[in-house]
Design a protein around this ligand. Sequence first.
Ligand SMILES: Nc1ncnc2c1ncn2[C@@H]1O[C@H](COP(=O)(O)OP(=O)(O)OP(=O)(O)O)[C@@H](O)[C@H]1O
Ligand SMILES: [Mg+2]
Length: 329
Amino acid sequence: MSLRTVFDSHPERRYIMFGGKGGLGKTTLSATTAVWLASQGKRVLVFSVDPQASLSDIFQRDIFGKGPVPIVQNLWAQEVDADRRIKDYQEEIRKKILDMYGFERVPEEIDNYIAAASAEPAMEESAIFDAVVDIIVQGDYDYYIYDLVPLGHALYYLSMAKVYDEWINKITKLREDMRQYDQVAATMRREQTIEEDRILSELTYIKERINASSSILTDRARTAFFFVVVPEEMIILDTVKAAALFSKFDVPISGYIVNRVLPAELDRGNIPAYLRNRITMQQKYLQEITTTFKQDVRAYVPEMERDVTGLPMIERLAQRLFTDDKGAA
Ligand SMILES: Nc1ncnc2c1ncn2[C@@H]1O[C@H](COP(=O)(O)OP(=O)(O)OP(=O)(O)O)[C@@H](O)[C@H]1O
Ligand SMILES: [Mg+2]
């Protein structure tokens, strides 16, 4: 089944992700797929939370931290400024503390504490996680293409979602149990109303958001996750391992895309030994890819003559990826 067939036969899979190790072509394939879907009349948002601003690079537009920016008809790109999100988080916590304790300003010790807590990686992850939830629960796009950070990190997000979810489940349960006792006690004291449990409602809110996003990301019906591989030994091995881990987190793997394949027409006539060697080596690993991933290979993407940046180049690649028979597996 080709990449195009996957999209044509599963229009309900609206959340698209390309995963893989660093530098294999995740951003390139995200942008290419986004441009192609938009050209088919779908409303598409391609987004990332990567501070590297790779979407700015590939579209040659400064979109970092600017919300959804229109690129071409039907296509928007968005790069979340994670640092900004974290600062907003800190501000929110400060405000809550001021409200709760009726301070005029946050005492220095507490402020230091907030700053230290925000420097924690968990804080950063949760700010980023929250940003992703915002994006996918709010918009009205036909497709959301999530340009992922390199593999290890993506896995970390997913595992965080699971951990958060379990943790919040436990706390919520505890709170609910406690509440029953509160109610009994209140009735015995003949109190009219019980103050609304703010913590419980906050927890429920967070839980719903996490559920919304992690269930979307792991929803077989609505999500398509593609692994990007290149014909190299270590990459193939790592991808097999990663795919096993992803399955554990219930991520629905929709196939593998083989990037940076040296064009077959190069291997004609009198070519330098160096190039011949490279081609022979690739052929060996392409063979290995076929035996490893079998019918799950969705496309072979040629190594272009230069970096893929700018719309004309992206459109050329989209043509190869979605309409040429050569691109189909
Ligand atoms: N088929 C291709 N032909 C030529 N250049 C390519 C091809 N695919 C990717 N590249 C180039 O390789 C570089 C890395 O690609 P890309 O940024 O898409 O990788 P990535 O997986 O998103 O990287 P990161 O893990 O850093 O996010 C870019 O300069 C891109 O233009
Ligand atoms: Mg990238």
